[in-house]
Every structure is written in C-alpha cells, then in structure tokens.
Ligand binder design. Sequence first.
Ligand code: ATP
Length: 282
Amino acid sequence: MKALEVKGLCKQYGDFALDNVNFSLEQGTITGLVGRNGAGKTTILRSILGAAHIDAGEISFLGRPIDAQTKQDIGVVYDACCFSEMLKIRQIDSVLGDIYHNWSQDVFLGLCEHYELPEHKTIKTFSRGMKQKLSIAAAMAHSPKLLLLDEPTGGLDPVAREQILDDLQTFIEDGEHTVLLSTHITSDLDRVADNILILSHGKMRIDVEKDTLLNEYIVLKGSPEQLGQMQPEDILGVKKQAYSFEALCVGRERMQEKYPQFVCDSADVEQILILLEGGADQ
Ligand SMILES: Nc1ncnc2c1ncn2[C@@H]1O[C@H](COP(=O)(O)OP(=O)(O)OP(=O)(O)O)[C@@H](O)[C@H]1O
C-alpha cells in the first residue's frame, strides 16, 4: 500500500515554484529526497504537513487526506530543534505524551538513553547533535506510520549518524513504517535508501529505486571535442572542464553500445545530483 501519495503539487513563493510535483512512497521503505539549497525540499515536507498552503495538488496518507487525526501517525524532524530550551527530557515526555495518542514513554526514554542524552540537563545545554538526536527520539516515540526527516543528520558525528541510520532501518523493517529523508549527506542515502527523489528548481527530475539509479545512471567521459559526438537527448546533465567532459546518461547497456569510444563509470547519488545540475559552475 502507498504510505504517501503526492499528486500535482504546486506551490509558488515569489519567483520560486514547486511545479507539478508527483511522487509516492510505498509502505516499509526509506526514500531519500535530495536537491540543491532552495530546490524546494522543505517546502514539500511543509506542504505534506499542511504547514505551507498549497496552490494545487492532492496529498494523501494511507489513502486518506491529511488532517489533525491522520497527523497523529506522522512524525517530523526538522533541522532545528523545536522544543523549548528550558525543558528537560522528562518534561518533554510529559508534554508530548499529552499530544500523541500512541506516545510511548518507554520508547522515548529508551531512545534518549540509547542516544546518551542527559536527563537532568535542560535542552539549552545540549549540543546541536544532541538536540537532533532528541528530535529523532521524540519523532519515533509515538511510532508514526510515516516519518518525515528534514536534514536530521547534519550535526551528527559519524558514529551517531550510523546509529540513526541503523535505527531508521529497524524502524521500517515491519513493513508498516515509512521514511522520507531529505538530506545533503548523500552517502547516508547510498547506505539506507530504497528510493531516491531528486528535485531541481522545484521540479522532480528523478524518482527511481536506488538500485536502478546506481545501475542504470552512468557517467560517460571524454575530451571536450568528443562531446559533439553525443546526441543531446542522451545527455541528462553535463560537466565541462578544460580537458574533459562528464555526461550523465541513463541506460547503461544502450549507452555503452552507442558510445563505445567513451569511458563509462558508475555514479553515486552525489555525482548524479552534481551532473544533473551541470556541475558547480552552472
Ligand atoms: N515562507 C516562505 N516565504 C517565502 N519564500 C519561501 C518560504 N519558504 C521557502 N521559500 C522559498 O522557497 C524556495 C525553496 O525553499 P526550501 O526551503 O523548500 O528549499 P530546500 O530545498 O529545503 O533548501 P535547503 O537545502 O537550503 O534547506 C526558496 O527559494 C525559498 O526562499
């Protein structure tokens, strides 16, 4: 079943627009949402939550519109901590326990211990990484069917990141929980994502299973003079340098047969994103 369906989402902010964005998330999967700064990732998450008024489109969660009741089953982690700085862990437990019907004190306190968060200190004294871990613990403690994460691992050290990624994988294992993870740390997605969404200037450019992305999206490399040998419709994005070019193409076998003169490399999520955007100079 689809955990989330977004159809024809449009949202204008001045000269920025989310332009007819469509995607869906299967239950029991982790989907990575990537794109440059300002591509519209947070706006998509805020639209799903009803925090941004959308101009057009339909968003459904487990086949139902998102309202106050269905939101009980959605957990959110923003890049900044949303809790009052004066609170301590036990007080947050009490506040959120009153808000969420499914709140589990055991899960919350267990996760706080697992993330080594001090119970006796106020949030004010927490480091950025500790605040992020607290937000993740709080988002998971009501066992939401859908977890929306907006750059949750930015301030975390590699060990803590690994821990969170492991926890996300455990979280979806029963097939009932689903994660949408917006991040700039694309190596996290190489590790845990089942699907990848790549957003560019408000448009969804790629929506594909990660394994397909890594197998079928390739980089052809050659000298600048050779670029003219490629048909423009085969090039999804290109990075030109003084003595070489790198072109992003889809369809490994077909492209290798068509262009045997070029070196063919596999690409990871980060390279695909960079090439789609035409390299850093564009
Ligand atoms: N409340 C708002 N009012 C006006 N413009 C906004 C508002 N929120 C977002 N925008 C604009 O929408 C565009 C997309 O912003 P958004 O925060 O969704 O990008 P993002 O992909 O999450 O970026 P980043 O990776 O930097 O977090 C930007 O041009 C931003 O200025």
